[in-house]
Design a protein around this ligand. Structure first.
Ligand code: SF4
Length: 404
């Protein structure tokens, strides 16, 4: 019988709906003690934006150095304006670690980011996610059961070949722990090349000695890095589909391919198409196109440059007045770059691109609600990674820090 599987990260949010074994029969299971976001008290819905802003400002003032607010680049304006630090997920975790005096870390981002902050922060610090429904559709595309199953099959089919697992930062803590246990490392979009090269370098040279690597959950970051930065051919990359036998490949392909890519992607960056690059160049002749490596390979090869959100931001800031730049990433960051650089033309590669709907769940009322609770001595929406998972996940994160 087919099962509809509802799954949450340990201690975290309900984040996955996945049919297994055929059409859904109506049976529902929940794993890992999934939590649902409690509805906000009605008073928060009745408040005006000015009242919300005033409340947040007052709460920040009262909590002082006990509180640090982190804001991912993709957060909406009404939230990020309150962030003590802005950045990508990894930079924010490091920023939080640099504020050990802050007992409360309010992470305005998504679930996997809050988990990483909990793993990397000090034991006395409490990490809070303003809306537990703020997950990540890409992170949800690989779960621990699927990865363990794939690992088992690959060990059998590729017997005698050392496989090194690499997980993108955008993954659940239990996947980072899997990678830590199995000799791999975490990577970000800024250091994917260094980590993948480490995975495939001989142990005598300080590498992991892998003959191949299994990269999850984002196939596009893995492929773009392998092909555009490490000299592999597209043909060297084989995609593992967790919903098909042998990942949808034959045994020879799995044995031959040095780069095994999980069939996952970002639903936001997946909306950018090569035609959008052509169109924006027609609209603005001479415009520089810069995209995120989570975009499909065909888009990245058409662009003039690509990189992490931090790199994109630096490119725009370093451009001379009058420069024209089309950006292929989430619209909140593009809009902010346009606003902060009024002497340059900054547009989105795809004029119809949508926001990251999970990031968008964090809004002013949710931020005020968690702060009001802190003022009342209550910690709500705390993200806690269980110790057993945190230890292995920390290992994978530490390897990344040591390598990159
Ligand atoms: S932009 Fe994509 S990868 Fe980033 S949080 Fe949203 S769905 Fe996840």
């Amino acid at each position: 019988m087919a099962t509809l599987h509802l799954q949450g990260n340990p201690g975290g949010t309900l984040h996955k709906v996945q049919a297994r074994g055929g059409a859904w029969s109506g049976h529902i299971t929940m794993e890992h003690g999934a939590q649902l976001q409690a509805p906000l008290p009605p008073k928060y819905h009745a408040m005006t934006p000015d009242e919300i802003a005033h409340g947040i400002a007052e709460a920040k003032r009262t909590l002082g150095s006990q509180l640090v607010i982190l804001g991912h680049h993709y957060q909406r304006e009404e939230v990020i304006r309150w962030a003590d630090f802005r950045g990508d997920s990894f930079k924010l975790c490091k920023d939080a670690a640099a504020r050990p005096e802050a007992e409360y870390i309010v992470f305005c981002g998504v679930h996997f980011m809050a988990e990483s902050a909990d793993i990397l922060s000090s034991p006395h610090q409490k990490v809070i996610l303003p809306d537990l429904h703020a997950g990540c559709s890409m992170a949800d595309m690989a779960d621990i059961d699927q990865v363990e199953e794939a690992w088992e099959v690959l060990q059998e089919v590729c017997a005698g070949q050392k496989i090194v697992p690499i997980t993108y930062m955008n993954s659940a803590a239990n996947l980072k722990a899997f990678v830590g246990r199995n000799g791999g490392a975490v990577c970000t979009s800024s250091n994917a090349r260094k980590i993948m090269e480490w995975a495939l370098s001989p142990e005598s040279e300080g590498g992991a000695g892998g003959e191949k690597l299994l990269f999850f959950p984002d196939q596009h970051l893995g492929r773009n890095t392998a092909v555009l930065e490490m000299g592999f051919a597209l043909d060297d990359c084989a995609v593992w589909n967790p919903f098909e036998d042998l990942g949808g490949q034959d045994e020879d392909t799995l044995r031959r391919a040095p780069i095994l890519l999980w069939k996952g992607h970002c639903s936001v960056h997946g909306t950018f198409l090569p035609i959008h690059v052509d169109n924006v160049r027609k609209r603005y002749p001479g415009i520089k196109v810069v995209v995120h490596p989570e975009c499909v390979h065909e888009v990245v090869v058409k662009a003039d440059d690509y990189g992490s959100t931090e790199k994109i931001k630096k490119i725009v800031e370093a451009a001379p007045p009058g420069a024209q730049i089309a950006i292929g990433t989430e619209i909140n960051l593009v809009s902010r770059l346009a606003q902060d650089n009024p002497d340059k033309l900054v547009v989105c590669v795809n004029p119809n691109v949508c926001v990251c709907s999970t990031m968008y769940r964090v809004d002013g009322p949710h931020l005020l609600w968690v702060l009001d609770n802190l003022l009342d001595g209550r910690v709500v929406n705390q993200i806690v990674v269980p110790e057993a998972i945190a230890a292995d996940a920390h290992l994978a994160l530490q390897r990344m820090l040591d390598i990159a």
